[in-house]
Design a protein. Structure first.
Length: 761
């Protein structure tokens, strides 16, 4: 293979006579529809391929690339082909290789933005103060460096977490801004005006370390091109053809890099879908695709609108929804798959009823021979998964969390559970060690090691070892003070646990330990989600009579967390579902403040709303045969029971493509199992105009009040009924308290259990 950096080593470009396409259409063009064929054959000049969901985008990309090679328009090393993931790059290389054979092995410039930029940067590293052997820092290394710089200028880390500063640096690099280019007005975004100085110090330290982070890989390449025209000219001459996948997901820095490279030949083809731009929160700029025709004069836009995935009703619902967005180029998806099910819009009482209704629908589909792996539940927020995990465990539905961890395996949930485990069992050394310095209280690894030595020598618990070590001078005065206060807290929490509910207890522990404040003061994007998960943990405890019963339940849940690699329902976020498809898709939580996200609307206004709507569009178009939307009359969010109104997105769905279910009093969706408190101030009617919300009655209340926020009706079971529980087996109902059953189990003792976990025997 020729030197990928040596232009002189390349063969001469083919003559114009050789440019002529073969008279017999090549095999790889067979089966393409008219727009796909046009996008493949329109090689020269700037081309924007607007590829709607399920319209064969990947096939167009690969056949276009293969066609350039097969017709001799360019040699492999003269083509720049950029993807967003290594998986996509490998798939493209395999597909092109199947068409053109071994020529694909010379495609040195096919890969992700970062993989291609690192090749360029290593060759010209000296121009930006680096050596060619520079190290690439990951996010953990980056955060560690930022922490050092923050501490060096004596900043209050609780008020201004280093993670927040690291996020600012990333955002500036995504916008193509080096320290001297950051607007002075941005200095106030961190530590009272110190943001730009820290960014400057950060870049200086990176040079000293001979290191670059992922943002640098692109930004420094842009810097080289802008400041060294002869180098830019070299790469402009090299790349005769440029192909970009998922163009709607590019950030400003990537956009600048591409535009600089394409300005000579202008043979750039960008493939994307403005209606699927859903990554604004990580720097993606939908405006890049919207202004393509202005950036490249004479650009041709080709729309791929024939969908090969979904039915008429699914596309009709999705298209009607996305029409409400103003900032879009516009296209209308259609399909030859006429008919099919209408998109169902289902009203339920709460998250528990929602999970149960979806579980029952899944069981019904199973009876109709549909595989679980052909079904997916797409949530807007991570905390929504808990109800499904617990309900599916009860129903025996195999499931797996895609792109994330199960609810009770999340770090913040494990931390909270560790506190509760120490209350329940002071001898639980693993739990005590987990939270001994969480949140940070100055008890380091050295002190913990000494605790272990004392515990092992005396055959005592780690907590008892802590009681002994604070009476000595084996650890520092600061560590002794922190450890002493922690022990006092545990003693006090254990004492009050005798008189207060486990709900009050966990709220008290998380507040007084500083664990809530740990996430309240964290300005990273995932911190609000951590707090939501903690609130969901507290809510999940309401179904249990005691802390002991709850912890026992969790141990059973964790015991059943082995994820099936075979037939399982996929549970994932809407963001994580992009690019995937399933026969049946369930879309829970379509309520205002949850979806569209309250945070997105507050921080980004109309721009945030349009991105949320694009996310809804992505969710619906994942479905091939059926899509089912759910919204609840009451939802536990932000530490409160709220009475949300249905999402505005539901109103925007065309009536002819949807079927409303459970609207009249919700009687068809398990109304008897749960009735929201009248104090929540909701009045459920047929449509959104009749769905009233008295927000003055939805203020945050103490945990003791939250216990009574859900009133339940009498259980459908009767005394004397023979029943079955997945863990405890068969038993007989001996007494009933609301929807709690006292059951005498044949293979265990008598236990009080929520009726939602019980089946008739």
């Amino acid at each position: 293979m020729s030197d990928p950096f040596d232009l002189d080593s390349l063969p001469q470009a083919p003559s114009s006579q050789e440019d002529a396409p073969p008279t017999i259409p090549p095999f790889y063009l067979e089966g393409l529809n008219a727009p796909q064929l046009e996008a493949t054959l329109q090689i020269d000049g700037p081309v924007l391929v607007l590829a709607g969901a399920g319209t064969g985008k990947t096939r167009v990309l690969t056949t276009r690339l293969a066609h350039i090679l097969a017709t001799g328009k360019a040699f492999p090393n003269q083509i720049l082909s950029v993807t967003f993931t290594n998986k996509a790059a490998l798939e493209m290389k395999d597909r092109v290789g199947a068409i053109v054979g071994s020529a694909v092995e010379n495609m040195f410039w096919l890969g992700t933005f970062h993989s291609i930029c690192v090749k360029i940067l290593r060759r010209h590293a000296d121009l930006v103060g680096l050596g060619s052997n520079f190290t690439i820092l990951d996010q953990d290394d980056q955060l560690r460096l930022v922490k050092q710089l923050v501490r060096a200028v004596d900043i209050d880390e609780k008020r201004f977490p280093p993670r927040m500063m690291a996020g600012l640096i990333d955002s500036w690099k995504n916008k193509g801004l080096l320290p001297h280019q950051v607007p002075a007005s941005d200095a106030h975004l961190y530590a009272d005006g110190k943001a730009i100085k820290i960014y400057t110090d950060y870049q200086t330290r990176m040079k000293t370390l001979n290191a670059a982070d992922f943002g640098d890989l692109i930004l420094l390449c842009v810097n080289i091109f802008q400041n060294h025209p002869h180098i830019l000219s070299e790469y402009q001459r090299r790349f005769k053809y440029i192909l970009i996948d998922e163009y709607q997901d590019t950030n400003i820095s990537q956009y600048l890099w591409l535009r600089l490279l394409a300005m000579k030949h202008k043979n750039i083809c960008c493939v994307g879908d403005d209606d699927q731009s859903i990554y604004g929160w990580r720097g993606a700029e939908v405006g890049n695709i919207l202004k393509f025709e202005k950036d490249f004069e004479g650009a041709k836009t080709i729309r791929l609108e024939q969908n090969y995935r979904s039915t008429t009703h699914i596309l009709g619902a999705a298209s009607g929804l996305i029409d409400s967005n103003k900032n879009r180029l516009g296209k209308t998806l259609w399909t030859a798959k006429e008919g099919g099910e209408k998109v169902s819009v289902n009203a339920v009482w709460d998250g528990r009823a929602e999970a149960r209704a979806i579980g029952e629908m899944i069981e019904d589909l199973q009876r109709k021979k549909q595989n679980l792996s052909d079904m997916a539940i797409l949530v807007r927020a991570g905390f929504q998964t808990r109800e499904f995990e617990e309900t599916f465990l009860t129903l025996g539905i195999s499931h797996r969390i895609i792109g994330g961890v199960r609810f009770y395996e999340r770090a913040e949930i494990r931390d909270a559970m560790a506190y509760l485990r120490v209350i329940q069992n002071p001898g639980d050394g693993l739990a005590f060690e987990r939270i001994i310095n969480v949140p940070k209280r100055g008890i380091g690894d050295t002190s913990v090691a000494k605790l272990h030595r004392i515990a092992n020598a005396g055959q005592i618990s780690l907590l008892q070892a802590a009681r002994e070590i604070i009476e000595t001078e084996e650890i520092s005065k600061k560590a002794r003070g922190s450890l002493s206060r922690l022990i006092e807290n545990f003693d006090r929490w254990r004492e009050i646990s005798k008189d207060v509910s486990h709900l009050d207890l966990v709220d008290t522990i998380l507040e007084e330990s500083g664990y809530y404040d740990k996430w309240r003061n964290d300005k990273s994007p995932d911190a609000p989600g951590k707090l939501e998960n903690l609130s969901e943990l507290v809510r999940g405890m309401e179904a249990f009579e005691s802390l002991e019963e709850f912890l026992e339940h969790i141990s059973l849940v964790m015991e059943n967390t082995a994820q099936s690699q075979y037939d399982s329902v996929s549970i994932m976020t809407l963001h994580g579902s992009k690019g995937l498809e399933f026969d049946t898709v369930f879309l829970p939580g379509w309520e205002e403040e949850l979806f569209p996200s309250k945070k997105s609307l507050e921080e980004h206004g109309e721009t945030g709303l349009e991105e949320e709507r694009r996310l809804a569009y992505v969710g619906i178009t994942r479905a091939k045969k059926s899509a089912h939307i759910f919204y609840a009359a009451t939802r536990y969010m932000f530490g409160n029971y709220l009475s949300p109104i249905p999402s505005r997105f539901i109103e925007e769905l065309p009536e002819e493509h949807i079927e409303k279910r459970g609207q009249q009093g919700l009687s068809s969706i398990d109304q008897a199992s749960y009735n929201p408190s009248p104090n929540l101030g909701f009045n459920f009617g047929e449509g959104r105009e009749n769905y009233q919300l008295d927000r003055s009655k939805a203020k945050k209340r103490p945990a003791s009040a939250r216990r009574s926020s859900a009133k339940v009706t009498t259980s459908d079971f009767s005394v004397g009924d023979r029943v079955f529980h997945d863990k405890f087996g068969y038993g007989e109902v001996t007494s009933i308290d609301g929807n709690k059953l006292m059951i005498d189990f044949e293979m265990s003792s008598s236990r009080k259990v929520m009726d939602s976990f019980i089946k008739p025997a």
